[in-house]
Ligand binder design. Structure first.
Ligand code: ACM
Length: 628
């Protein structure tokens, strides 16, 4: 008798699980109950909203439906539509600001929420329940059926962000809107806009026109970022672009309609070469030959995280004119962006030019500061005072902890999670975005297939991220984000490739209950999302289909281990210079590579068909890999 209830229990869990996975929702909702029956969208469907606040969402939904179905349905205020969007008269505590319920029966669909954010997310879930052809830009002939469900859903974290670097490569406002649209669908609510850096200043500041007349433009260069030739004397800077303040307002409005708050970043005191190219007097050396960097090798890294800048790129903390400059910048930034936060960077500031500067030395003496590193604390506190005067809160990379910052400052933990742990212990709010789980510029697949950068980050690793470290009070962790740096990302399509599917994993990390995470279930939903993205013509990486080749060198023996992120792939390989296919050796256990100039070739299959990239690795590459 004992076994029967537990067996039944297990069966019911399995059914729930199977049903949930067949729904293919990303991020996974808090609670899904699937009922019998379904709802079919037809020409006679109406979309209704019970209060005027629901109008914009209803119109967005109607437009999306009409493009793919050609039905020509309309949004109407009222309470009796087939698809009804309702703002609760009495707030449902469980749903909070962003939660929603979605109930579908054969008769219709009702989405309820306390605020429009919830209606927007309920709409996204509804769209994901529809056949994938809902993403079509042309009329698709399919039966528009969704299963009967009751969903209750709300986010785990209030900060669910993505950072987009538009300095290393400029992306047009249309690109930015498209990016925002994609992340909003996955229920991200924060867009961190990295607007300034050494390679370009992208936001118009009317009181400082040279920032965009000069700082937004660099000489045209091709080839690998970081290895490019320096600007030549007199060479014209023609590559770049910037956003006018009207552009910025347009993007802010577009984002707000999708429940996205924009956090603008003005990265100071380091990463400021474009500002210094515009106004050289802001630096210590005041070198008037400073140019916006086109991706030239301007720094030397010493392997332990320390580095030297061969070209000055930091503002001079001892110069009062610098704070007047920053006051002008932040006055205009604060007036443009309605959100409470302004990101002030603070990362990777090289202090060598400060150490050699008489003004900085005098300031250190006056302040009783012994280490030049601590001048950053002085600088950041000055910046915080400027922001406070404009009614804004400071957020910065975890280096803002160096030299001390007020407890009201919010810390973005990027150098692993240790900065976040330390910050939370000091009582700061924290946004978790560690390189190890959340850096979307890192190579996501095999480095001899994907364009390599200095580190890798696989989808499964992103998915495994837990933003609240042990021993840290959860209340300090506002949430997390993914960061897309664009040194190696020249186009929107490639930005999509680098962002997806890893941002889908992060969306689940930051939205869904920790307990509901399930890798195998997630990958099924990812594959469904691939099909939707194909129809929508949004790019993504298929690195999950590629083999992962690891090497180990012990006692002169080179051992190869081959893995895959998906459990149902078959791996075939050769070491005899033949091309691998399903008739060559199937990988089942680690292989010792025989001596000699051997090349390993690997391919993955599923259901008898090749699915991953061909990976070709010579002995030297494998030996190098074994050394890492
Ligand atoms: C950073 O990646 N420099 C914040």
């Amino acid at each position: 008798m004992k076994f029967i209830p537990s067996l039944l229990f297990l069966l019911s869990i399995n059914m729930l699980h199977a049903q949930n996975s067949s729904l293919n929702l990303i991020p996974q909702p808090v609670e899904v109950k699937q009922n019998t029956g379904s709802f079919t969208l037809t020409k006679s469907v109406t979309v209704g909203f019970n209060t005027p606040e629901g109008l914009d969402i209803a119109q967005m939904l109607v437009q999306k439906i009409n493009v793919a179905t050609g039905f020509g349905i309309k949004a109407v205020q009222g309470k009796k539509a087939t698809i009804q969007l309702n703002i609760n008269a009495v707030p449902d505590q469980q749903l909070g600001k962003e939660g929603y319920t979605l109930a579908s029966t054969s008769k219709g669909v009702t989405i309820t929420a306390n605020q429009t954010a919830g209606l927007f997310y309920g709409m996204q879930t509804f769209l994901q329940l529809l056949p994938k052809e809902i993403e079509s830009k042309n009329i698709a002939k399919v039966k528009w059926v969704i299963p009967a469900v009751k969903i209750t859903d709300y986010p785990r974290f209030g900060w669910r962000g993505l950072m987009f670097d538009v300095s290393r490569h400029f992306f047009t406002k249309e690109d930015v809107k498209s990016y925002i649209d994609e992340i909003a669908r996955m229920k991200f609510n924060t867009f961190h806009w990295h607007l300034t850096d050494d390679e370009g200043w992208r936001i118009e500041i009317k009181s400082l026109p040279k920032l965009t007349e000069v700082g937004a433009w660099r000489v045209q260069r091709y080839g690998r970022f970081g290895d490019r030739d320096f600007p030549k004397p007199g060479e014209k800077a023609t590559d770049g672009g910037f956003y006018t303040q009207d552009d910025i307002r347009e993007v802010i409005k577009y984002a707000a309609e999708r429940n996205i708050t924009i956090v603008p970043e003005i990265d100071v005191p380091g990463h400021s070469m474009a500002a210094i190219a515009s106004y050289p007097e802001l630096s210590c050396k005041k070198d008037t030959s400073t140019r916006v960097s086109p991706g030239s090798p301007f720094s030397e890294w010493f392997g332990n995280g320390t580095f030297k800048m061969n070209i000055e790129n930091a503002l001079n903390p001892s110069d009062e004119n610098v704070y007047m400059f920053l006051d002008k910048v932040f006055t205009e930034v604060a007036a443009l962006f309605p959100g409470q936060y302004i990101h002030v960077g603070g990362d990777e500031c090289y202090k060598g030019y400060w150490a050699a500067d008489e003004g900085c030395q005098a300031l250190m003496k006056k302040l009783g500061i012994r280490h030049v590193e601590d001048l950053q604390g002085y600088f950041m506190n000055r910046v915080e005072a400027i922001l406070k005067a404009k009614g804004k809160k400071l957020i910065g990379w975890d280096e803002i902890l160096d030299g001390g910052i007020s407890p009201e400052a919010t810390v973005m933990s990027w150098r692993g999670i240790k900065g976040g742990i330390e910050a939370a212990r000091l009582g700061h709010d924290v946004v978790m975005t560690p390189t190890t789980f959340a850096y979307l510029d890192y190579t996501q697949g095999e480095r001899t297939v994907d364009p390599p950068i200095y580190a890798g980050l696989r989808l499964q690793k992103c998915y495994s991220f837990e933003p609240v470290p042990d021993g840290v009070e959860a209340k300090y962790i506002l949430g997390g984000q993914g960061n897309l740096w664009t040194e190696q990302v020249p186009t929107l399509r490639y930005a999509q490739y680098m962002t997806f599917p890893r941002a889908w994993a992060l969306s689940e990390v930051y939205w869904s209950p920790k307990e509901s995470k399930n890798w195998n279930n997630f990958t099924k939903r990812v594959e469904n999302q691939f099909e939707r993205s194909d129809i929508e013509e949004i790019n993504y990486s298929k690195a999950i289909y590629d083999a992962i080749v690891k090497a180990n060198l012990k006692d002169g023996k080179l051992k190869i281990t081959i893995e895959s992120e998906l459990p149902d792939l078959e791996i075939y390989y050769t070491i005899d210079d033949a091309m691998p296919d399903k008739f060559t050796t199937k990988y089942s256990q680690p292989v010792e590579l025989p001596h000699g100039p051997v090349t390993l070739r690997v391919i993955t299959y599923r259901d008898g068909k090749p699915i991953g990239h061909l990976i070709t690795l010579k002995r030297e590459e494998l030996e190098k890999r074994a050394g890492n």
